[in-house]
Ligand binder design. Structure first.
Ligand SMILES: Nc1nc2c(ncn2[C@@H]2O[C@H](COP(=O)(O)OP(=O)(O)OP(=O)(O)O)[C@@H](O)[C@H]2O)c(=O)[nH]1
Ligand SMILES: [Mg+2]
Length: 429
């Protein structure tokens, strides 16, 4: 697809930097680049940087990409100038004056998608790559950007299409072709369903990598919740005293544990109390536990064990003071004083997002529902085969699965979907 207009926008972050880059993309990119820059020869070579002066007075480089190359897959020129807000504004204005128009948010990537440089899952991964805060977010964004999801989904669609072609040929020409090879259809549907299940099994990990975990620290007064919060944060955030009932309100703090962005919620100790303030605090603690992704129950190791609480992880605190209470069977010993057990807490969090080392994971919430709807189509195929239902039902199920997988790669995406995805990009992406 070719776009009539040529677009321009800075592709580096706003603000002051040593260098800023402004991209011009579209059919007139070279002509516009030449109008604002004196270093470009009549036929510039693709992937080559040219040095020269800009009409607004700055000097720098112009990097050019011919049609079919570069990020957008259309002719483009990237001006590397000094990274002052003024220089960036002036070079953009010069390009606008020479016939470009301002790029919409996500428009460079939209063009890359429309020009076949990447599929929709890769375009989404571009956004995830630039927004990555943790190493793990970057690793999974890189995997998806380099086509892990695209390759897998395309292969699944190809198998479904082959099955669909066979089924439809038999629906139309049953007399000539003889009976349908239903085993072949079953095999294709099974293989695809298994591959989808593998992806769906990574959904929770993907969500945790992306959005992190909210972890509530719950326990009796004086169990050491606030001390553990402070130890994990590495700073003195919450008030700690030997008086039971020190923490009244919930305290939320962000911290990266085991490469996962976490929100730790310190809470009031749970106990029966007459104190109206503490009553409210206990209610908040219970609400925090109910709304958290994980609950860590802290128990003072020298005290008699409380009845086994409903929690995701039992922590035996103050390990520096005593051997852990042997009557509590499972539980991780920690000490806010010596730091014992903190590494295991990091490891516990990473384990929540563990994915087989050779697999990518579903980091975009958009993808899993399409996989599930594709599975619904495959279930229809399965039951049509099981109950010897007519071939055209097979075709309906296969179609449904094929179309839903296409939503992931963007092969069957509607204009509305594309607009909503690309408009969430920032300017210059
Ligand atoms: N030796 C030792 N003392 C600790 C440890 N953790 C907490 N304490 C002490 O235990 C007491 C209570 O600690 P807090 O962190 O305030 O306990 P809490 O669970 O937040 O208590 P509330 O806010 O009252 O519910 C304080 O005197 C802490 O110094 C630990 O790991 N080792
Ligand atoms: Mg406290």
């Amino acid at each position: 697809m070719r776009h009539a207009d040529t677009i321009v926008a800075p592709i580096t972050a706003p603000g002051i930097g040593a260098v800023a880059v402004v991209r011009i993309s579209g059919q007139d990119a070279f002509a516009i680049a030449r109008a604002i820059f004196d270093g470009l020869p009549t036929s510039p070579m693709t992937h080559r940087a040219y040095y020269g002066g800009f009409t607004h007075g700055d000097e720098g480089l112009m990097l050019v990409f011919e049609d079919g190359h570069g990020y957008t897959g259309e002719p483009s020129a990237e001006a590397m100038i000094h990274g002052s807000p003024a220089s960036v504004r002036l070079v953009v204005e010069a390009a606008l004056g020479a016939g470009a128009r301002m790029a919409e948010p996500g428009e460079f990537t939209l063009r890359a998608f429309l020009n076949g440089q990447m599929d929709l899952s890769q375009a989404e991964a571009v956004r995830d790559t630039v927004e990555a805060q943790t190493d793990l977010q970057l690793r999974f964004a890189n995997a998806q950007r380099s086509g892990a999801l695209r390759t897998s989904v395309r292969a699944m669609r190809a198998q479904l299409l082959a099955a669909l072609a066979a089924v439809e040929a038999h629906v139309d020409f049953e007399e000539e072709l003889g009976p349908l090879d239903r085993e072949m259809v079953r095999d294709a549907a099974d293989r695809v369903a298994q591959e989808i299940e593998l992806w769906l099994a990574t959904e929770r990990a993907g969500q945790i990598v992306r959005h992190g975990l909210r972890i509530a620290l719950i326990g009796e007064p004086n169990a050491g919740k606030s001390s553990l919060l402070n130890a994990l944060l590495g700073r003195d955030r919450a008030i700690v005293t030997p008086i039971a009932g020190t923490t009244r309100d919930t305290i939320e703090e962000s911290v990266i544990l085991g490469e996962i962005p976490c929100v730790l919620i310190d809470t009031a100790g749970l106990r029966e109390t007459e104190d109206p303030i503490e009553v409210l605090g206990v209610a908040r603690a219970q609400a925090a536990a109910a709304n958290a992704d994980a609950v860590w129950y802290l128990h003072d190791a020298i005290k008699t064990p409380a009845p086994a609480p409903d929690c995701d992880l039992l922590l035996l605190t103050k390990a520096d003071l005593s051997a852990p209470n042997t009557r509590v069977e499972s539980g991780l010993s920690v000490s806010a004083v010596t730091g014992q057990g903190l590494d295991q807490l990091h490891a516990w969090v990473s384990a929540q997002a563990e994915v087989a080392p050779d697999r990518a994971c579903l980091i975009n919430a958009r993808h899993a529902p399409h996989f599930r709807m594709a599975l619904t189509g495959l279930n229809l195929v399965e039951s049509a085969l099981e109950h010897d239902l007519p071939d055209d039902l097979l075709s309906v199920g296969l179609h449904e699965a094929h179309a839903h997988l296409g939503e992931i790669t963007g092969d069957t995406a509607t204009e509305d979907l594309l607009t909503s995805i690309f408009s969430s990009f920032c300017i210059g992406k």
